[in-house]
Write a protein that binds this ligand. Structure first.
Ligand code: GSY
Length: 165
């Protein structure tokens, strides 16, 4: 019996060094995994930092993958790629070579103390919603029951001056 294939959306961000190369290498490394297939890649956007704002601009993108990995297994793969690309966790919300967040994993809702899916702040982050809307406008948030396009439109309508794409 073959394992179930799950559709997952990941958000990637980088704001140290050659940001474009880090994003591309992270995607290549995901694709090299035998249990991951890259399905779609968004454009990458230059975005002002949100949260800890005393840091340089980010490059943000999103990818759709099909995977037979469990959420925890996928988290471990993402953390391993972050580490192999030189990420050192110092300041929370601080600069990073590459960050890979699980945004949606099918329509699962997970909050087990290690992993929270959907990502708890994705709906308030333009830098996640804009690239995600490029590749999955009709994906539905399993808690809020809204499409990515709806959430992105609402985020834009709020016009929060503290947020940026
Ligand atoms: O969790 C993502 C890391 N991050 C980002 C980011 O990727 N992009 C922007 N623009 N701001 C951010 N703040 C944090 S933390």
């Amino acid at each position: 019996m073959s394992a179930k294939v799950n559709r997952v959306y990941l958000a990637l961000g980088s704001n140290i060094g050659d940001r474009d190369r880090y994003i591309r290498e992270a995607i290549d490394m995901l694709n090299e995994h035998e249990a991951i297939k890259i399905v779609k890649i968004s454009p990458a956007y230059n975005t002002a930092p949100v949260g800890y704002i005393d840091q340089t601009d980010f490059l943000n993108a999103a990818v759709a993958i099909d995977t037979t990995l469990s959420p925890r297994e996928l988290l471990a793969v993402c953390l391993d790629i972050e580490q192999r690309l030189g990420r050192v966790r110092t300041i929370r919300w601080g600069p990073r070579t590459v960050d890979i967040d699980i945004i949606f994993y099918d329509d699962l809702i997970i909050d087990d103390g290690i992993l929270t899916v959907p990502h708890p702040r994705m709906h308030e982050r333009g830098f996640v919603l804009q690239p995600l809307c490029d590749i999955a406008p009709n994906a539905v948030h399993p808690v809020y029951k809204k499409t990515v396009e709806q959430m992105y439109r609402e985020w834009k309508a709020k016009g929060d001056i503290n947020s940026n794409v």
